[in-house]
Design a binder for this molecule. Structure first.
Ligand code: C5P
Length: 409
């Protein structure tokens, strides 16, 4: 998908600082972000924060212009901003902003922009519970919903004012995913069931220790989110990670390679596309002692047994499902990916280098990968966020399926 131009309107609530994370989360999903801040928002966060994150000038007032040329340019700036962006996201949308939008007030740049805006509007309210529940706010929201604005409801939890209730700004990652779903009118995965595995596995050594690896789960969660946005039913089988479940995805938690194997096998028949991003442990301790192993001065050896190779097992039994594996390598990525493509009977392997520390691969938000396919193609995908890479992998999966069908018929 082309970069989506988004204008982010930041209102004056304590949650204004979370709008900075939202700007990043939108950019990670391939959006360009320009920021408009209300006067009250600037009491909470400096415009510089947004300028530095987005690399763009932040609009802070209607009347910043001083010279005649500036006056001329700024008198139409709200129209220009409205015209060059596809989405207006307001976060936090305060009770005051919602009231202004509902009644068509145009007293500052953001509310004037709202009136001039003809693209998608996504409002993310955040306020104290009593203000949220007040009939005035609820009636304003009903008006805005009726007009077609999209609302990302606030979450329940502890609020800045010390009370507990509904009113906390929705999680920025959730808001960003919601914006992408609202925008992505490609429903090219509708009717598909995509089975994704993600994260590491943990193989216990005793009740308190385990063997694991550095996988964060970000790549698999990105594939799950991107597939759901394009209309797929998604089953995400995840090892232990700290990421929130993407909305609209069925999440199955597992710990060990054996549990991942069982979970995958029990959902296999439903899947039309299988993407195995998980970094599954290759070895485990077959007989885990029931008590914590005591430290001694002696050398300790562990005898490990291989875990089931889930990908290879699916490869042996698959029918017309499209099977995608990952190969995290420290050298010879393309050659290794090609070897695994054959040995595990996959349709595509996504190879990535995980040895260097320059911001790609395990734990990073970014990735740089090479796709090798059953049809003999080698497709490098240059450095991008894992969410952007996930979308590109799905594009290539669909292309590959067409090519495979064409070669069979
Ligand atoms: O052979 P290798 O482990 O490097 O292959 C990596 C690919 O195989 C990944 O897609 C991973 O999810 C999958 N795999 C698996 N079961 C294992 C080990 C790896 O499904 N036990």
């Amino acid at each position: 998908m082309e970069p989506v131009p988004v204008v982010l309107g930041v209102g004056g609530g304590i949650a204004a600082y979370k709008a900075a994370e939202l700007a990043r989360a939108l950019m990670e999903r391939g959006c360009t972000v320009e920021t408009v801040m209300t006067a009250a928002a600037q009491e909470f966060v400096q415009p510089l924060t947004f300028a530095a994150l987005t690399g763009r000038k932040v609009i802070t007032s209607m009347f910043g212009a001083r010279t005649a040329d500036e006056v001329l340019a700024s008198s139409v700036e709200h129209i220009a901003v409205a015209q060059r962006n596809r989405v207006l996201v307001v976060a936090p949308a305060t009770a005051n902003l919602l009231a202004g939008f509902a009644h068509g007030l145009a007293g500052d740049f953001l509310s004037t922009l709202y009136l001039a805006f003809q693209g998608r509007v996504v409002l993310c309210p955040a306020m104290n519970t009593a203000m949220w529940e007040h009939p005035a706010t609820q009636e304003n929201l009903a008006t805005l919903r009726r007009r077609g604005d999209l609302i990302v409801d606030p979450e329940a939890g502890e609020l800045a004012c010390g009370t507990v209730g509904v009113g906390r700004l929705a999680d920025p990652q959730r808001i960003a995913a919601f914006v992408m779903r609202a925008l992505d009118d490609r429903r090219d995965l509708e009717g598909e069931t995509v089975l994704v595995t993600a994260g590491p596995t943990r193989e216990p050594l005793d009740p308190v220790r385990f063997i694991s690896n550095r996988s964060s789960g970000k790549m698999g969660y990105a594939v799950a989110e991107a597939a759901a946005a394009r209309g797929a039913r998604v089953i995400l089988i995840s090892g232990p990670v700290t990421l929130p479940a993407p909305d609209g995805v069925t999440l199955v938690h597992v710990q060990t390679a054996r549990e991942m194997y069982d979970a995958v096998m029990s959902h296999l028949d439903e899947a039309t596309i299988i993407v195995k991003t998980a970094a599954v442990a290759d070895y485990h301790l077959a007989d885990v002692p029931p008590q914590k192993v005591k430290k001694t001065a002696m050398r300790l050896s562990l005898e490990l047994d291989p875990t089931p190779d889930i990908l290879a097992e699916i490869g042996r039994h698959k029918h017309d499902q499209l099977l995608v594996g990952f190969a995290a390598e420290t050298e010879n990525v393309t050659a290794e990916a090609r070897r695994k493509l054959k040995s595990k009977n996959c349709d595509m392997i996504v190879g990535n280098l995980v040895s260097h520390s320059d911001g790609v691969g395990f734990e990073s938000d970014n990735n740089e990968v090479v796709l090798v396919t059953r049809t003999g193609e080698t497709i490098p995908l240059p450095l991008a966020s894992k969410l952007v890479i996930a979308g590109q992998i799905l594009d290539h999966i669909l292309k590959l399926r067409l090519a495979l069908h064409a070669s069979q018929s």
